[in-house]
Design a protein around this ligand. Structure first.
Ligand code: PMP
Length: 321
């Protein structure tokens, strides 16, 4: 779909996958005026195709659009684009357990204009790619690296928006994490408060079952995190969404009050965190409590997504009907 200041949203169409043409002066190539979303299509046992809480992705994309001075795509257009793609590509939604069709909606400034101001011509696209099981040999805890030198986003910046620039700034610390044998990087806010990982939110588990997750203006509000915390609240867990310092985590782990942590996001769903490593710094958890909780919440959430567990919150939206 295209958008122009004068014509609004127009020309929706489905076309075969292939390269797109851009003017070398297209604003997105210079000023990164760009946003995206990520969600999945799941095939249920009866063959029907569903997606999970897409109105939340549509709303988050609108918030991202606002921050990046892009036009808001109405939710009904967003949902229609998912259904249109499934109408032609439904065969690609796999049938094996834990596999899905990853859906990537994105919007960028395509106006050829080198001045720094919001573009007057924008394009919205949706592409899709089959996604295999994230963990082939069962869910394994991940180790995470504490980035002390770099931040992903700062207060008043674009941290809460899903925009490429945030990911560009996380690439170098992510590479640093790999060098230290860690799969993900943890970002802090001003060196004190926990924020999030490169592509996932973080939740700490207390011994009494309370779940603590960072409140911050500069993190992405994950739809998986919100869903997991609601499932946990349904089971009677207390939920605290508030500022959390690294010291609180370290001291809590040392005293045994914090028994572990997990990360969550659309791609991996929920992953237990094994160790947190940094320069001269380490947090290690002992005992199975947090890992067992993470895996059981994961089972329930994927159960809902794949149609094995009752969708009591009404989170699923059918895409092939
Ligand atoms: N934080 C970041 C930086 C992310 O890229 C993602 C993945 N979209 C998340 C958190 C988790 O968000 P969601 O659960 O909506 O996938």
């Amino acid at each position: 779909v295209c958008w122009s200041e004068r014509g609004g949203w127009h020309r929706p169409r489905v076309s075969p996958y292939g390269p797109i043409q851009l003017d070398p002066a297209a604003a997105v190539l210079h000023y990164a005026q760009e946003i995206f979303e990520g969600l999945k299509a799941y095939r249920h046992a009866d063959g029907s195709i569903w997606t999970f809480r897409p109105y939340e992705n549509a709303a988050r994309m609108q918030r991202s659009a606002h921050r990046l001075a892009l036009p808001e795509l109405p939710s009904e257009h967003f949902i229609a684009s998912l259904k249109q793609l499934i109408a032609v590509d439904g065969d690609w939604v796999p049938t094996a357990p834990e596999t899905s069709l990853y859906l990537r909606p994105f919007m960028f400034a395509k106006e050829a204009f080198l001045g720094v101001r919001p573009a007057k011509k924008v394009a919205y696209y949706l592409i899709a790619s089959p996604a295999g099981a994230y963990f082939s040999g069962g869910v394994q805890p991940v180790n995470i690296w504490l980035s002390s030198e770099y931040a992903r986003a700062s207060k008043g910046g674009t941290g809460a928006a899903k925009t490429g620039g945030n990911y560009a700034s996380s690439l170098l610390p992510q590479a640093e994490a790999y060098e230290h044998g860690c799969q993900q990087v943890l970002f802090l806010d001003e060196g004190t408060y926990l924020e999030e990982l490169g592509g996932m939110n973080i939740v700490l588990v207390r011994k009494d079952g309370t779940l603590i997750t960072p409140e911050s203006e500069s993190i992405l509000e994950g739809i998986t995190r919100d869903s997991v915390l609601r499932l946990a609240a349904d089971r009677g867990h207390l939920i605290e969404q508030r500022k959390v310092t690294l010291d609180e985590w370290r001291d809590g782990a040392a005293s045994g009050d914090i028994v572990g942590a997990f990360a969550c996001g659309t791609a991996a769903v929920i992953v237990p965190i094994g160790r947190l490593l940094g320069e001269d710094f380490e947090i290690v958890h002992n005992g199975p409590q947090a890992e067992e909780l993470a895996l059981s919440l994961r089972e329930e959430l994927t159960g809902i997504q794949y149609g094995r567990v009752e969708d009591r919150h009404g989170w699923l939206v059918r895409l092939d009907a």
